[in-house]
Each structure stands twice: as C-alpha cells, then as structure tokens.
Write a protein that binds this ligand. Structure first.
Ligand code: 2HG
Ligand code: ZN
Length: 472
C-alpha cells in the first residue's frame, strides 16, 4: 500500500494528497455528523487528467473511490463505508466556471464549482440557473448531478437532470468520456450521460458539465398562506395552476408544528396566524402583470374559503423573510433533538391518505415521537421526518421501514430528491423489484466490474447494515 500511496502523492502533489487523520477528518464525516467512515487518503485533484490518473492507480490496486463535492448530502452518499480500502476523491479544487453564453443559454462548470457561484456567473449576463436548494452556498455542480438534486424550483424547471446538456466523466478504468456538448437536441445514439446523473458516483466520476440556462425572470411574487387542511392546499395548487400556469415557481408546504418549531428554535415569526398548514408560494415571470395576476388568484382563493390567513410580500426584503421561514425548517428540526429523515414522493392524490396512515402508525409504533412535515407539495415530495423524543433507538429501523412501506404501498418513492446514499440502500434492496435490481447490477457490472466506484452506494451488490440514520 505504501507504494500505492506514494504514487498518488506523486501524481497529485502535496496539496492534492491528504493522509493525516486531522486533515482528512472533515472529508470522512458528513456535515450533519450522521455518517462517519475511514479512508487511506483524501485526494484533491485539480484536473480531469489527475482524476483519471488517480482512478487508474486505484483500479490497479483494488482501492475503492468515494467522490465528494460540497459534502452537503443528507444520505451519506459521499462518506466512505464498510471495511474495504477506499480513498475519498474531493472535487473541491476543480472549481472553474466558463463564461456563460447568453444566446446559446449555456454555461460550463467543473464538478467542484459551487452552485451559488455558477448562478452568479449566469446572472451576470442576464440568465439564470434556477436550481434552488438551501445548501447552494456549499453544494457543488458534480454533487448536484451525481444525486440529481431537486430543490424548491422543480415544479417549474425540473430536477438537476433537466439542466444537464453535456457531461465529462472519468470511468472506472480511468478512461475519460468527453461529452461536453452544448446541444439541446442530440438523438445520435442513446443518451449515455443519463446513466451518470443520479447514480451517486456508482458508475463513474463527473468532472465537468455544460448546463442549460433560462431567461432571467424580472418579477417575482411570494405569498405565505395558512390553510385548514391538506385538501385546501391541493385545491389552491390547482387554482394557481389554472390562473398562473407556468409562472408558479414554488409551492411549498409547512405543517403548523414545523412552523412552530422554526419560531421556537430559530427566533423567526410567521406573520400569518396558523390554520393547520402553511403554503409558501412563489410565482415569477419576465412579463409585466405578474403581481396583479397573483393578487387576483389570491382573492378568488379567499372567496372560495381556501385560505385562513395570508400575506403577500410587498418587497424583496419581505419575500426573503418569508422564504427564511421555510429555509429554517431543517435547522429548527436539528435543534429539536434526534430525528429520522424521510424524503418521499407520492402521486399527489395519495398524499392525504399517506399522511393519515403515517399519523396512525406513529401513534401505534412510537407514541413519543412527532412528525416534522414539510416540503415540495407541488412535486408530491414531502419530508416526513420523525423527531424521536423518547423513542428507543432500537425502533429507528422499524419506523423508517414502516414509513417506506406506507410510501411504496401507495405507489411512491423512498427518495424523491436526496438519493439513496448509504442510508436508504437497505430499504431500496428490500422494496425494489428484483428485475430492477438485476438491471442496476448488470449496469454496475459492465461499467465498474471491480466494484470500486463509491462502494456500497447508488447501485450495490453488498448488503450493508443501515448505519448512522439518527440525526442528532
Ligand atoms: C429541504 O427541502 C431539503 O429543505 C432538506 O431537502 C430536507 O431537512 C430535510 O429533511
Ligand atoms: Zn427538499
């Protein structure tokens, strides 16, 4: 192993090779300290050639590689796991961002470029990259692509996949696939880049991408409303879709309990009296007339009795303050003690029944727990996190398994936008039809026959124990 590590240090230089425990520590645990692993070294290449050289050396020595971007994931996908020898390969020194093309509406970025920086570069030429997540000041383009990240604008713009026009990938044997094309239309053969989007580094390492930009919207309108029940929220969504169409950019749900948690733990105050549920709605457009259209839609909703109370931001400052309430739910939850994360999606029509099942099952299984429910209602994606209270730790797997069973029984997914990582892999194996798992294993066998690309995540032939699922 010493010769192998020397070889890596030689190829990557002293700044690109960390092996001291203290220097490696931040790369070996996720930002929420839910998952911790060990590695022979942390590699920090500065170019695709260096990534390829490191991959070739690892392949020759049978060492696994865990790619890591901003380390902001919630499922342990970028943290090493298991006992096999592994290195972490951080892309955090590959941060180049190309000049945006305002006519072609594209921008090129290396995998380690931070989302916020890419968004600012696009905004500099009057275009936007409307991927919007709370961690955008740290999350990287490579990580977003590897997890096919979602966020609050999916309703209008789609997931990260919808922005990827071209991809450069280092394969498991160290060959480089250069697909940095700017094409919106390319049916010359199958679209191989899709294999690497959302597969969490299990097939190869994303090193750069060409991203699609959209026109900069010039007006936005943000409202916080309280509602009596989920049915009212769905009626409101439908009403807004009828009246505002594609201008609806976000339609976020926050349970009353979740809002109270934000108020109690983050020192913020909702300027709207509670009614069971809150929705935060954003509409945006390049065309004039957005605000009167939103006001008219709200008036109709009030007249129909859908809204208990509400406020429409009168300034950008107020809009940001309303968004802060939604953006602080995760932090408020973390301050409330240990919790289990669930990132589920269901057909929208099944959401109400699912939440009913969940509340009943929690009463039966874990009476001292409470659900923290919020998320992207317009996408059918809710975070049904469970704050454990006095629930015995031994029940964690049972609760998560129960939530996932309820989701699958109603045609849903156990991960809408965060990925499987190492956290959800056991339930994916338990709940996914064998034919789908066989297909995934066949692809893994073809692209990574030695099983060295992000071992245990994305697509897996190991059977790891669920670990570190409790967030404290
Ligand atoms: C969000 O929607 C993120 O705010 C985080 O996906 C969700 O903390 C969570 O569970
Ligand atoms: Zn989310």
């Amino acid at each position: 192993m010493q010769g192998f590590l020397e070889g890596l240090r030689e190829r990557l230089g002293p700044a690109g090779f960390l092996s001291e425990q203290e220097a490696m520590a931040p790369y070996l645990t996720d930002w929420r300290k839910m998952f911790t692993g060990s590695a022979l070294a942390v590699l920090r290449p500065t170019s695709t050639e260096q990534v390829a050289a490191a991959v070739r050396l690892c392949a020759a020595h049978g060492v696994g590689i865990v790619p890591q971007g901003g380390n902001t994931g919630l499922a342990g996908g970028a943290t090493p796991m298991g006992q096999t020898p592994q290195v972490v390969l951080s892309l955090n020194r590959m941060t180049a961002i190309g000049a945006p093309d305002p006519v072609g509406m594209v921008i090129e970025a290396q995998a380690g470029a931070i989302l916020q920086n890419v968004k600012e570069a696009a905004a500099g030429c009057g275009r936007q990259l409307p991927i919007s997540i709370a961690a955008e000041g740290s999350a990287t383009i490579g990580g977003l692509i590897a997890t096919n990240a979602g966020g609050v604008n999916v309703l209008r713009y789609g997931m990260t996949r919808d922005f990827v026009l071209g991809l450069e990938v280092v394969l498991a044997d160290g060959r480089v696939l250069n697909g940095l094309k700017q094409l919106r239309k390319d049916n010359a053969g199958f679209d191989w880049k899709q294999l690497f989007i959302g597969s969490e580094g299990a097939f190869g390492i994303v090193t750069a991408a060409i991203l699609r930009l959209t026109p900069q919207t010039r007006h936005r309108s943000v409202a916080l409303l309280s509602l009596r029940d989920l049915a009212a929220a769905l009626n409101l969504l439908s009403l807004f879709q009828d009246r505002l169409g594609e201008a609806i950019t976000a339609f976020e749900l926050i349970a009353d309990d979740a809002m109270r948690l934000v108020e109690a733990n983050c020192g913020l105050t909702a300027p709207v009296s509670g009614g069971g549920w809150y929705v935060l709605i954003e509409a945006s457009s390049s065309l004039d007339g957005l605000v009167p259209a939103v006001e008219a839609a709200l008036e109709v909703a009030f007249d129909k009795g859908l809204i208990v109370d509400g406020t429409l931001a009168a300034s950008e400052h107020q809009a940001k303050a309303l968004w802060a309430l939604r953006e602080h739910v995760t932090e408020a939850e973390a301050r409330a003690g240990k919790s289990l994360k669930h990132d589920v999606s269901l057909p929208i029509g099944q959401l109400g029944a699912f939440l009913g099942d969940l509340s009943q099952s929690l009463k039966d299984f874990a009476p001292s727990s409470r659900a923290n429910i919020f998320g992207h209602l317009g996408d059918g994606n809710l975070h049904t996190n469970i704050i454990l209270g006095d629930t015995p730790p031994a029940l964690c797997d049972v609760i998560t398994g129960m939530v996932h069973d309820l989701v699958v029984a109603r045609g849903g997914s156990i991960s809408a936008e965060h990925g499987l990582g190492q956290y959800r892999m056991p339930d994916w194996q338990r709940l996914t039809p064998g034919s789908e798992q066989d297909l995934a294993a066949a692809l893994k066998g073809a692209l990574d026959p030695k099983g060295l690309m992000n071992p245990g995540k994305g697509v897996v032939e190991l059977h790891p124990q669920r670990s570190g699922q409790v967030q404290s």
